[in-house]
Design a protein around this ligand. Structure first.
Ligand SMILES: Cc1ncc(COP(=O)(O)O)c(C=O)c1O
Length: 391
């Protein structure tokens, strides 16, 4: 079985090359490429009335599609923006300004957050405490202990670590461990969204969740979201005109600002809706095909297991360098290998026609719907050639 027909345009352009970096830049299905063109045509047809269509039809439908994949009870709690960084900054704009913020996080957050945290620390804006993600098996236990000490302004962690694929499966327990009601909680679900079955329904009154379209949601950049619990941070300090979209007619520059009461309170300013139209098209297509995150996870899991079973016992890209190891039953949609020669291996694979990526000493192989067993078998042959070429 194969799902390649959904990706015909891109696959044809790739020819013989194998793209095993779906965890980074995911291919766009044909339907998504079409939606990109339709976004331009929408403006051509409707001019400024396109916003009515967008806010009246597209965003409510997209909110429902995203909310379903998060188990988020109220789709109106969703707000869309260009990237997750935008939401992190806006969320933190609500924190006290008379002292440095206390932020508790892991040391395996994506650079978007990591760099911002470092900058805040460097500039005296925040004190950052990073709980090491490794050893992975005890991360949650150690994080829960740190969370339980309390006194934090923000607790932020990833659902799936970008540099290992480790799944934090006890999110509820982490959120429940937060003792202070004023502490903000932000979950970065990017590496889980539309990949793993996720259910945030039990924390949806307490935690914010962010993710976006570039990876497993197959929609490209400029299509991120924040799922907002009701009532928490009703008036973000960093704010743009879309945060009061519903009340523009009564906008008074000298009066108290109005904010939407739903997720729109976290909106920014004018955004390019093209990415959101692609995201809506991608999720709509998957709905039609009956490919929910459970089905996607099963598909990818089977391909990953095929690779793991065929790995050599030791040496480069082996059962020993697989991280987390082969005994871990569940992981994100990439296999991560800790390799002293990660860069060399990536280049060797690249010259053999296999696209992968490297983060420091970690080589990542990402799987998706556009791969099938035949691709995996070819990958295994090329992995053997790459290993031989660097030894
Ligand atoms: C875990 C995680 N969060 C967020 C992002 C994207 O961040 P942003 O949308 O701010 O560029 C990535 C991108 O690779 C990621 O891996």
């Amino acid at each position: 079985m194969t799902h390649k027909a959904l990706f015909e345009t891109t696959l044809a352009l790739q020819g013989e090359r194998l793209h095993f970096a779906a965890h980074s830049h995911h291919m766009w299905p044909d339907r998504v490429i079409e939606a990109h063109g339709e976004a331009a045509m929408l403006g051509a047809r409707l001019l400024d009335r396109k916003w009515d269509k967008l806010f009246g039809e597209l965003l409510p439908r997209l909110s429902e599609r995203v909310a379903r994949r998060l188990g988020w009870p109220d789709p109106s709690g969703l707000v869309f923006g260009a990237n997750t960084h935008e939401f992190l900054v806006r969320l933190c704009s609500t924190l006290p300004r008379d002292r440095p913020w206390r932020i508790l996080t892991s040391d395996a957050e994506f650079y978007a957050a990591l760099r911002q945290f470092s900058s805040w620390q460097e500039n005296g804006v925040a004190l950052i405490e990073q709980i090491p993600a490794e050893p992975l098996a005890t991360f949650s236990e150690r994080m829960i202990e740190a969370i339980g000490r309390g006194g934090h302004d923000l607790v932020m962690f990833s659902k799936v670590f970008f540099n290992s694929g480790w799944v934090v499966d006890d999110v509820d327990a982490l959120v429940e461990a937060v003792p202070d009601p004023q502490t903000l909680v932000l979950i970065d679900a990017y590496h889980g969204f539309n990949a793993l079955p996720m259910d945030y329904s039990r924390v949806a009154k307490r935690a914010f969740v962010t993710a976006g379209g570039y990876k497993y949601a197959m929609a490209g950049e400029g299509a991120c979201f924040l799922a907002c619990p009701p009532g928490i941070c009703p008036r973000p300090v960093q704010t743009g005109w879309l945060a009061s979209f519903g009340s523009l007619a009564s906008f008074d520059v000298h009066g108290k600002l109005n904010y939407g009461v739903d997720g729109s309170r976290f909106a920014g300013a004018t955004l390019d809706p093209t990415g959101l139209m692609r995201l809506d098209a991608a999720l709509g297509l998957l709905d039609e095909e009956g490919l929910d995150p459970k089905a996607l996870h099963a598909w990818v899991g089977a391909l990953q297991s095929r690779v793991v079973k065929a790995l050599p016992e030791s040496g480069p890209m082996s059962r020993v360098s697989l991280f987390p190891g082969p005994e871990v039953p569940d992981r994100g949609h990439f296999l991560c290998f800790r390799e002293p020669k990660a860069g060399q291996l990536k280049e060797a694979l690249d010259s053999l026609g296999v696209q992968t990526d490297v983060r420091r000493d970690r080589l990542r192989l990402g799987f998706s719907l556009y791969h099938d067993q035949a691709d995996v078998d070819r990958l295994l042959e090329l992995l053997a050639q790459a290993r031989a070429s660097i030894s």
